[in-house]
Design a protein around this ligand. Sequence first.
Ligand code: FES
Ligand SMILES: [Fe+2]
Length: 441
Amino acid sequence: MLQERIPDLAKFVEPDRVRKEVYTDPQIFELEMARIHEKVWIYCGHESQVPKAGDYATVQVGRQPMLMVRGKDKLVHVLYNRCPHRGNMMCGDRHGNAGEFFRCSYHAWTFQHDGKLRSIPMMESGYAGTRYGKDNPDCNMKQAARVESYRGFVFASLAADGPTLKEFLGESRIAFDDMCDRAPGGEVEVVPNCFRVIQHSNWKIFLENQLDALHPSVVHQSTGRAAHEVEKDIAKKTGKAPLSYHMLSAFATVTIDKWDNFQTLNYPYGHCILTGYMGLRPMDPDTLAYEKVMHKAYGKERTEEILGVNIHHVLIYPGLSVQSPLQQLRAVRPLGVDKTLTEIWHFRLKGAPEPIYRRSLAYYNLVNSPSTMINADDLENFWKCQQGLTSDAGDWVSFGRFHGRDLEKNGVVETGPNMGTSEAPMRNQMKAWARYMGNGR
Ligand code: FES
Ligand SMILES: [Fe+2]
């Protein structure tokens, strides 16, 4: 068994390197699901996905098919997507409305939106004298052990105990604060639907890439260069180029040495923040009109505070990557040791003028969607990493860049000055991994 073969999983992780089996061993993957993804707080979805009573959206948490549903009590519940009778999946669609109650398509057991058994056909005659009925909690659709939301973002934990959502998120809450505060209405709403991409690589490879500040100038350089050429051409002819070109050209104009100017902040539980910003606060008429609306909602001082937040990316380990200034969110759903689903979402700032939404949509389509050259280039490397890791040419994956030069203060690891390309975020993620895998929690 795995326990005999691998007596101490924490030994697979050293401060500056990790054993390759962590990415390739199916049994380690099963343990990760049990000890990490089915215990910690996992993002289920946004409350605006289920605005009306009976609205539901299905979601994978670890290995468990779940659903998020709005009850008549207005609360959002998270339930296992399974009928307690014979195990039928309750909702086969990705999302929909269950009506007044859930009704299993097999033998018509019905359940309230919070999962409680409502009725069984001919319950009295069929089940009199048995253990089955409304008094038996095993006849309810099972609820996630804990459900909490933060500024409209719903999380579930399948473990009864552990830190609260707020404690778990810690400083990474800024992802949601920054996104929502940028809305004059203080809230965001989801734009249906999301892109779904299946990556043929381990889930950790995607997360490690998110705050890998060295790779953009290498991997995305060709796209950045081409976009910059066109951008310059348009600017020459018309006097200015649309902002969307900048979203791509920044990959070339922010040259490899400049990425060291940014900084990563690495927190307990594996969360990380990459500061720095691609200069997306221009003085064009759309931005100025938006700032006017913000002044009305918040006053000048607070608006400056909000728009001055300097974050490019927040990674909430083990399943979420958020780019708050552009209202982008990617959720990571591991499907197997070398198969990972990512859901790519974007949001609308409530009360912001339409052009500001178009900006978020442009970034969504140009950078994060499966059809862009940016995401495609990343995906190719993820797959190639997974392929290379199956070889016998080496046992370790290295995270040694700027190792030993991080600054640690009160449990927060900051990259040193001019070391933005440090592999500190990967080291921090694996530190959390080892803790979860070694101690269970
Ligand atoms: S399996 Fe659901 S009612 Fe029978
Ligand atoms: Fe990338």
